[in-house]
Design a binder for this molecule. Structure first.
Ligand code: ADP
Ligand code: MG
Length: 285
């Protein structure tokens, strides 16, 4: 049975958009020592904008990219469809496949389109140059021939910096960011937000392994929180001591895997939950 005070704590949290799935998580929250954030959609808005197009035929590149991304619900895909702005005739598409943390592959009429990050091109033996940019670079290829790239920029959430400072004040000693994005994008964010560690170019499986390593480095009393937006990160949410899914675009699988769900897309809500946990435990002890 759950002590009454914990019920009160969970109730108060719920009223403020923080859904806690059990009293044990409220207890664990007061012992948080390490917070691991996913980048895209968690610390950043995940509302990407296409800011540059590089190709011989830019219009064609954007069209191919938009068709390739017709079925993806990744924020990158949405930004490309927005930039294209025209109707997509899905009858021209077939054999769609999405590779989490990498990109997508689809047939457009008779042509095989592959679009995604540099690693994805490399894996598919598509020759393309490496570009240095703090934005996300999306490479486009047709029939395994590289055609050009798009630069897509995301914005940091207004509250991310404050949330991280707050967590540090609350005694969190290690703030980590994991991302499938490239190193340059990570470094820019790390200095802006004063993150302690970043691990970039991580596939969903790498994120699970990294969280397992970080868990091993924790003492028995130090708890590890993972916070993600739910896109591709349900397995990591399940692995952490406390998995926190941010509402908004989060998938059902993520909400299922999470121990805590934040209804607002605001990293500050985690600091609030820790604060509330500490207050509730004070009353109970
Ligand atoms: P994060 O770890 O920052 O949350 P993801 O794991 O969702 O990001 O994606 C990592 C990288 O994989 C992206 O930065 C992008 O390069 C590539 N990627 C993933 N999905 C797509 C897609 N639908 N189209 C193009 N690139 C993609
Ligand atoms: Mg993500």
């Amino acid at each position: 049975s759950i002590p009454l005070g914990l019920f009160a704590g969970i109730g108060a949290a719920g009223k403020n958009g923080v859904l806690i799935k059990g009293g044990n998580y409220l207890e664990a929250l007061q012992k948080v020592d390490c917070v691991v954030f996913d980048k895209t959609g968690t610390l950043t808005k995940g509302s990407f904008q296409v800011v540059e197009i590089h190709a011989e035929d830019k219009e064609e590149l954007l069209q191919l990219a938009a068709y390739a991304e017709a079925y993806s619900n990744h924020p990158i895909a949405q930004s490309i469809r927005n930039a294209y702005g025209k109707q997509i005739d899905t009858k021209r598409l077939s054999k769609y496949e999405e590779f989490a943390g990498n990109g997508v592959c689809v047939y457009f009429d008779e042509d095989e389109l592959m679009i995604g990050n540099h690693r994805f091109m490399e894996t598919n033996n598509i020759n393309c140059p490496v570009f240095d940019h703090t934005g996300t670079i999306v490479y486009v290829s047709k029939n395994k021939v590289y055609l050009g790239y798009l630069v897509i920029d995301d914005e940091v959430k207004e509250t991310s910096k404050e949330a991280i400072a707050q967590l540090k004040k609350q005694g969190v000693s290690r703030i980590v960011m994991l991302s499938g994005d490239h190193q340059k994008a990570g470094e820019a964010l790390a200095s802006k937000l004063e993150l302690d560690e970043i691990y970039m170019q991580m596939l969903p499986d790498d994120k699970v392994k990294k969280v397992e390593e970080l868990l091993e480095e924790e003492t028995e009393n130090g708890k590890l929180v993972f916070v993600g937006d739910g896109i591709n990160d349900a397995p990591v949410l399940a692995r952490a001591d406390i998995g926190v899914a941010m509402g908004g675009i989060g998938s059902d699988a993520a909400i299922e895997a999470a121990d805590i769900v934040l209804m607002k897309d605001d990293p500050n809500a985690l600091a609030y939950a820790i604060h509330l946990a500490k207050e509730t435990m004070k009353i109970l002890n």
